[in-house]
Ligand binder design. Structure first.
Ligand code: GDP
Ligand code: IMO
Ligand code: MG
Length: 429
């Protein structure tokens, strides 16, 4: 039996989807432990590209079991679109997708609240995905959430919805003059009672299921969403997501003991990106940032909202921080090919704050605006590495970049990704 946590070390979008799909071949079960449809994990197989918001990224492997853990906030509307999209590609998940009874639901009013807060001139703009993720977690903590187990009992659900929909409609009216009229409320009730019938087929006690599989010595991947710097406790608060993407969250979000976590692998993009507001010490607002965005296809998954990702050089201070918090000793370095055309590459080694050198990411957020990244300049390789499959065949300057990342982050780069496809991967050993 072995278990593996796949965790983002930066601000999300490091390539967790590609890596999870890659590793899934050697595992039996792939479980998501937090986040919701704010995540967008891309898996590219041949000419097909899949973006998973809720389904674990191992789902494309026939016969692999996928679990959505209790720590996830589930938007049933998005879930069933994803399932339908797979069905159109001839992929049947009906006997191998399980969802924890205790997972909370994202309700339509959560999306309205998320959107309204983002657009409210008097509240702080976070740049959220407007997916209702934050308000759903807020309701969970306030003990007024609806869970999968509530949804599958039609009679009690109807009573709970009557009370909650009234509360939410009063809240929206008194705070934002938004009227959830009777038709809207009846429509929500009808749709969710329908989702309840559908979800019944997938609902399990996730903790019991996983612990039984662990006893049977099955191999399990826990797939994180977002990244360490978006963690509600350890990230760049308040510019964070509303859950804990870090590895420690696996136990809470799946109901397993820490003694069953064997290994944590950190996913590191070879440069840095961030979507939405908040601190980003190595951000480049110039033509180099634009070049990274264009070459790396750094636009958000949703072609309609299509937000550009902010881009910058690799910050090893935050990767070292993520390694400490998650217990990462091994890194998968992704998107190294995006740096192919750069003559010179900068890597942030440490920070200078008010003329003092900091080797560690400061916990005091008052210091963050004063961070000046201290860079080391390295020579680029200026050749295409997307066809390289053997570490030894990488250009010397690419190897030097990798070695320097290992030194600065005190960890080992065991896999290098040189393109979005499964085979565009270099296994070091
Ligand atoms: P995730 O949220 O961490 O799963 O990452 P996303 O899927 O949101 O973003 C990563 C993007 O980079 C996707 O479009 C991937 O297909 C793509 N990608 C992943 N690895 C590589 C790589 O090594 N090279 C290139 N060029 N693209 C990659
Ligand atoms: P994956 O799993 C990148 C960001 C949003 C915003 C902040 C809060 O694909 O790496 P939220 O909607 O969660 O309340 O937004 O977090 N964010 C992500 N950025 N990748 C993600 O997921 C993200 N999920 C949320 O842009 O800044
Ligand atoms: Mg993503």
């Amino acid at each position: 039996m072995s278990t593996l946590v796949i965790v983002g070390t930066q601000w999300g979008d490091e390539g967790k989807g590609k890596v999870t799909d890659l590793f899934a071949e050697n595992y039996d079960i792939i479980a998501r432990y937090q986040g919701g449809s704010n995540a967008g994990h891309t898996v590219v197989i041949g000419d097909d590209s899949y973006i998973f918001h809720l389904l674990p990224s191992g789902i494309l492997h026939e016969a692999k079991i996928c679990l959505i853990g209790n720590g996830v906030v589930l938007d049933p509307e998005i879930l069933f679109v994803e399932i339908e999209n797979l069905r159109k590609h001839g992929i049947d998940i009906s006997k191998r997708l399980f969802i924890d009874y205790k997972a909370h639901l994202i309700m339509p009013y959560h999306k309205i609240i998320d959107e309204t807060l983002e657009e409210d001139e008097n509240s702080r703009k976070i740049g959220t995905t407007k997916s209702g993720n934050g308000p759903a977690y807020a309701d969970k903590i306030c003990r007024s959430g609806i869970r999968v187990c509530d949804l599958i009992h039609a009679e009690s659900l109807s009573v709970k919805l009557d009370i909650l929909l009234k509360q939410k409609s009063n809240y929206l009216m008194s705070n934002y003059c938004i009227n959830l009229d009777k038709k809207h409320i009846d429509d929500i009730k009808e749709r969710y009672l329908h989702y309840g019938k559908l979800l019944k087929n997938f609902a399990v006690d996730g903790s019991l299921f996983l612990n039984e599989q662990i006893k049977k010595r099955k191999n399990i991947i826990f797939e994180g969403a977002q990244g360490t710097m978006l963690d509600i406790d350890h990230g760049t608060y308040p510019y964070v997501t509303s859950s804990n993407p870090i590895a420690g969250s696996v136990c809470i979000g799946c109901g397993i003991s820490p003694i069953y976590i064997d290994k944590v692998v950190g996913i590191v993009k070879a440069y840095a990106t961030r979507v939405g507001e908040g601190p980003f010490p190595t951000e480049l607002k110039d033509s180099i940032g634009q070049q990274l965005r264009d070459v790396g296809y750094e636009y958000e998954y949703d072609p309609e909202t299509g937000r550009p990702r902010r881009c910058g050089w690799l910050d090893t201070v935050i990767v070292k921080y993520a390694n400490r918090i998650n217990g990462i000793k091994e890194i998968v370095l992704t998107k190294l090919d995006v740096l192919n055309s750069f003559k010179k590459i900068q890597v942030c080694r440490e920070y200078k704050i008010n003329n003092e050198i900091y080797q560690h990411y400061p916990a005091d957020s008052e210091l963050i605006p004063f961070i000046e990244p201290v860079y080391e300049e390295m020579d680029g390789w200026e050749e295409d590495i997307s066809l390289v499959r053997d570490f030894k065949k990488l250009p010397d300057n690419a190897k030097k970049y990798i070695t320097r990342i290992e030194e600065l982050t005190e960890s080992i780069v065991s896999i290098v990704s040189v393109g979005p496809k499964r085979d565009q991967t270099i296994f070091r050993n």
